[in-house]
Design a protein around this ligand. Structure first.
Ligand SMILES: N=c1c2ncn([C@@H]3O[C@H](COP(=O)(O)OP(=O)(O)OP(=O)(O)O)[C@@H](O)[C@H]3O)c2ncn1[C@@H]1O[C@H](COP(=O)(O)O)[C@@H](O)[C@H]1O
Length: 87
């Protein structure tokens, strides 16, 4: 099962090697404004799923929110350690 750290390593590799079929590369190239809109969209979907949907649907939306947060981190060049030290 993929963890938050493993996904971050995978996305870091995508950003470095820039495969043409990578949605992450496209999201990074789209810039912080587009990345932020996606993050907010996913946050809203998490809220709605928490109110109205089943556990698996909620888990899916949360996974997408975590992915979008990682895209923002990568776009800014943040490391996991910079975030984790605030936990
Ligand atoms: N975990 C994710 C992930 N979560 C969400 N998403 C993206 O977010 C989309 C879902 O968001 P929405 O609900 O907004 O759906 P949508 O509006 O139809 O999507 P888009 O039009 O924005 O593509 C998915 O279609 C993906 O594009 C993700 N894209 C990639 N990953 C993982 O990231 C890794 C690298 O992916 P690539 O960069 O694409 O190779 C792989 O392991 C993937 O599993």
């Amino acid at each position: 099962m993929k963890t938050f750290d493993a996904l971050f390593a995978e996305l870091t590799e995508r950003a470095a090697t820039r495969p043409t079929d990578s949605g992450t590369v496209a999201a990074l190239d789209a810039g912080v404004h587009a990345q932020g809109k996606k993050l907010l969209e996913e946050a809203g979907e998490v809220w709605l799923a928490a109110e109205h949907e089943d556990d698996d649907s909620l888990a899916l939306e949360i996974s997408q929110l975590l992915y979008r947060a990682q895209v923002i981190m990568l776009g800014r060049g943040l490391t996991l350690e910079q975030v984790y030290r605030h936990l």
